[in-house]
Design a protein around this ligand. Structure first.
Ligand code: ADP
Ligand code: MG
Ligand code: ZN
Length: 639
C-alpha cells in the first residue's frame, strides 16, 4: 500500500551533501597532496641508509622530521637514485654525515601544509552541523526554528482513495473479529446515528492475538472500509531516542488526528508502551520514559469526548497480559477483539486469497493443504503460498503444483516448530480426545458452565486445544457439588487420554494445577471438608488493585497439614475416578465427537449441543450441601 509521508518542510538536503562532500574532500586530499610532495620514493630501512652513508655512496641528504630523503652519488651502484627513509632518534647523524663528507640540509616546512590545516579547520564543523541536522530530522522537526521541535511524530498516514486499499475482503479466516470491527466502521461512517440516541462511541479497540494473524491488516481494512484516514505508528517508535518526547509525540499525534477526523489512529505493538506499570514481581517503577508516554496516551484518550469528531484508536498486541490495567478500563481500550489463528475453513479461505495471486496447477487441492496446516496463522499461509511459488519457479515449472506445496509445508513447519506449536497428527488426536473428555464430563457436571465450543486449533498463547465454557448466568456462590463438578471437568481431559490411549501426556498439567488449587481451596478456605471442619487454614488474601494476589497458609500442626494433604488428594482422586467412569460409560459418544472434531477442528453451536445432550449419566452426584461464598468465576473458562 502506498504510504504518503507527512509533508516535510522543504530544506536543503544537508545530510546527503555532507555524505558526498566529506569523502570527496578526503579523496581530493589524497590525490592532490602527492603532487606537492612529489612522486613516491623507494623507502629503505634506516640502517641501510647509514650503511650507504658509511660506504660513501650518498651525495646529499635532506633531513625532515618524519622523513629523510637522500640522493646517491656516482660512486654508488645506482648513481642519481633518490631514496627515502624514516628517521629514528639519532643525535649522531649530523656527525656521521659530516665525517663522510655528505652534503645535508633540513627539509623546509612544507608549503603545501596549508591544505591539510584548512581541512582540519573545516571538516569538524561540517560534521558537527551535519549531525545536528541529522538528529533534528530524526524528530521530523523543522530544523532550527523555535525551541527544538523534536517532538513531531512520524506517523504514517494512509489516505482514503488509494487504489490498492485494504478491505475486509483481503482478510479471511477471522470472521468473528471482522464482525466486531464492522461495527467500528459504522461508528466512523455514521456517528450521528449513535450519538443522536445518546450512545457514546467507543474510543478504543484492542486487537489481541498471536503474531501474524492479521491484526495490522484488519486495522488497515477498517480504515479502508470506512474510507477515513489512518494514522499508523508502532509503540516502539514512540519510545525512541530522546527522553520525554514519547509523551509529546502522543499529544502531537492526537492533535493531527483530530484535525482529520473522522479517522483512525492505529498503535501497533501497544505493549511497547503499555506494559503494566507494576512489574511482575510487584516492584513499581522502572522505565520512566515509557510510563510518561503511557500516561499521556491515557490522558489523550480521556480527553476527546462526545463533542469531538470521531477518532477511534485501534491498537494491536500479542501480549495482552502485560498491558497496564488502566489501558483496559472502559473509556479507553474497552473493547478487546480476539484475532485468533484460523480454523480449517478459515485457512482454506486465506489460501484462496493468496492462491489467486499465483498460477495454480489444475490438480492442486487447497482443502488438502488447509487440512495439513493446523496452527498456521494468516502470515504463515501467505508465506506458504509464496514459498511454493518460489519452488515451482526454481523447477522452471509454469504453474505451482501439489509437490511444491508439500515441500513448502515442510519448510514452513520446520521454521514454525520453534516459534509456535504445530501439532503432528498423533498429537492432534490426543488433543481432540482430551478436549472432548472435558466437554463430555462438563456436560454432566452441576457446577460446569455450558460447553459452547471445542477447538483443537493450537492457541499459541494458552493451550493446544480448548473447551470453552460460557456461564449462562453470573454466579457468586458455588456449592460443594458444583466445585467438585468443576474439578471433575478439569480432570476429564486427562481421563479421556487414559481411557483411549492408556497413557498420559504432559498436556494436562495446567488442568491438574487448577484442579488441585480448587480442591485445596475447598479444604483450606471454604471449610468443605468434614474431617477438617469449618476452619480457614489459608490466611487472608492480599488483594491489590493490579490483581496479583497470593495466599499463604496459616501456621498449622504437622498432623493438620497431613490431614489437609489427604483431603485434597481424596477430592481430586475422587473426581478423577468419576471422570473415568463417565467417559467409560460414554465411550462411543466420545469416539464419535472426537472423530468429528479431528475433521472440523472446531465444533460449536447447536450441532455440538445435540451431541452433548446424548451423554448418559454415570452416577448421581451427592446431594446439595449449603452454598458457600467463593470468588466469582471468571467470564470464560478455558480448560
Ligand atoms: P499481525 O499484525 O497480526 O502480526 P499482520 O497483519 O501483520 O499480522 O499479517 C502479516 C501478513 O500476513 C499480512 O500482511 C497478510 O499478508 C498476511 N495475513 C495475516 N493474516 C491474514 C488473514 N487473516 N487473511 C489474509 N492475510 C493474512
Ligand atoms: Mg502487526
Ligand atoms: Zn485440558
Amino acid at each position: 500500500m502506498p504510504i504518503k509521508d507527512k509533508p516535510q518542510p522543504s530544506r536543503p538536503n544537508l545530510i546527503t551533501s555532507l555524505l558526498i562532500f566529506v569523502p570527496g574532500l578526503l579523496l581530493l586530499a589524497n590525490l592532490v597532496l602527492p603532487i606537492f610532495t612529489g612522486p613516491k620514493l623507494p623507502r629503505v630501512p634506516y640502517s641501510f641508509f647509514i650503511e650507504q652513508v658509511q660506504d660513501g655512496d650518498v651525495a646529499n641528504v635532506a633531513v625532515g622530521q618524519n622523513l629523510i630523503r637522500y640522493k646517491l652519488n656516482d660512486r654508488s651502484d645506482q648513481p642519481g637514485q633518490v631514496l627515502q627513509t624514516t628517521p629514528i632518534f639519532d643525535l649522531e647523524l649530523p656527525k656521521r654525515l659530516e665525517a663522510n663528507g655528505v652534503e645535508f640540509a633540513a627539509i623546509p616546512p612544507a608549503s603545501n601544509r596549508w591544505f591539510l590545516t584548512l581541512l582540519g579547520w573545516i571538516v569538524p564543523p561540517i560534521i558537527f552541523v551535519g549531525l545536528f541536522q541529522l538528529f533534528s530530522r530524526r524528530q521530523g522537526g523543522g530544523g532550527l526554528s523555535g525551541a527544538l521541535p523534536i517532538t513531531k511524530n512520524k506517523a504514517k498516514v494512509y489516505v482514503e482513495g488509494d487504489e490498492n486499499k485494504v478491505t475486509f475482503d483481503d482478510v479471511a479466516g477471522v470472521e468473528e473479529s471482522k464482525t466486531e470491527l464492522a461495527e467500528i466502521v459504522e461508528f466512523l461512517q455514521t456517528p450521528q446515528r449513535f450519538t443522536e440516541i445518546g450512545a457514546r462511541i467507543p474510543k478504543g479497540a484492542l486487537l489481541v492475538g498471536p503474531p501474524g494473524t492479521g491484526k495490522t491488516l484488519l486495522a488497515k481494512a477498517v480504515a479502508g472500509e470506512a474510507g477515513v484516514p489512518f494514522f499508523s505508528i508502532s509503540g516502539s517508535e514512540f519510545v525512541e531516542l530522546f527522553v520525554g518526547t514519547g509523551a509529546a509525540r502522543v499529544r502531537d499525534l492526537f492533535e493531527q488526528a483530530k484535525k482529520k477526523a473522522p479517522c483512525i489512529i492505529f498503535i501497533d505493538e501497544l505493549d511497547a508502551i503499555g506494559k503494566s506499570r507494576s512489574g511482575g514481581n510487584g516492584f513499581v517503577g522502572g522505565n520512566d520514559e515509557r510510563e510518561q508516554t503511557l500516561n499521556q496516551l491515557l490522558t489523550e484518550m480521556d480527553g476527546f469526548g462526545a463533542g469531538d469528531a470521531t477518532v477511534i484508536v485501534l491498537a494491536a498486541t500479542n501480549r495482552p497480559e502485560t498491558l497496564d490495567p488502566a489501558l483496559l478500563r472502559p473509556g479507553r481500550f474497552d473493547r478487546q477483539i480476539l484475532v485468533d489463528r484460523p480454523d480449517l475453513s478459515g485457512r482454506l479461505a486465506i489460501l484462496n486469497i493468496y492462491a489467486q495471486k499465483v498460477k495454480l496447477g489444475a490438480e492442486v487441492e487447497l482443502k488438502a493443504i488447509a487440512t495439513r496446516t493446523p496452527g498456521f496463522a494468516g502470515a504463515d499461509l501467505a508465506n506458504l503460498v509464496n514459498e511454493a511459488a518460489l519452488l515451482a519457479a526454481r523447477r522452471k515449472s509454469e504453474v505451482v503444483e501439489e509437490q511444491d506445496f508439500s515441500e513448502a509445508v515442510e519448510r514452513v513447519v520446520a521454521g514454525l516448530e520453534k516459534k509456535s506449536r504445530v501439532l503432528t497428527k498423533n498429537e492432534k488426536e490426543i488433543v481432540a480426545f482430551h478436549e472432548v473428555g472435558h466437554a463430555l464430563v462438563g456436560a454432566l457436571m452441576p457446577g460446569s458452565d455450558e460447553v459452547q465450543k471445542i477447538s483443537i486449533v493450537p492457541r499459541g498463547m494458552a493451550a493446544l486445544g480448548y473447551t470453552l465454557q460460557v456461564p449462562t448466568e453470573d454466579r457468586f456462590l458455588l456449592n460443594e457439588s458444583e466445585l467438585r463438578g468443576q474439578i471433575t471437568t478439569l480432570l476429564g481431559g486427562r481421563a479421556a487420554e487414559e481411557v483411549i490411549f492408556g497413557k498420559i501426556t504432559t498436556g494436562a498439567s495446567n488442568d491438574l494445577q487448577r484442579a488441585t488449587d480448587l480442591a485445596e481451596q475447598m479444604v483450606t478456605s471454604y471449610g468443605m471438608s468434614t474431617v477438617l471442619g469449618p476452619l480457614a487454614y489459608a490466611q487472608g488474601q492480599q488483594n491489590n488493585f493490579l490483581g496479583n494476589n497470593g495466599t499463604t497458609r496459616r501456621m498449622v500442626s504437622e498432623a493438620t497439614a497431613e490431614a489437609i494433604d489427604q483431603e485434597v488428594k481424596a477430592i481430586v482422586e475422587g473426581a478423577h475416578q468419576e471422570a473415568l467412569g463417565i467417559l467409560e460409560k460414554n465411550r462411543e459418544l466420545l469416539d464419535t465427537i472426537a472423530l468429528q472434531l479431528l475433521h472440523t477442528e472446531v465444533m460449536e453451536g447447536e450441532h455440538l449441543q445435540k451431541l452433548l445432550n446424548q451423554v448418559q449419566v454415570y452416577e448421581q452426584p451427592p446431594a446439595d450441601p449449603e452454598p458457600v461464598d467463593v470468588d466469582a468465576p471468571s467470564k470464560f473458562v478455558i480448560v
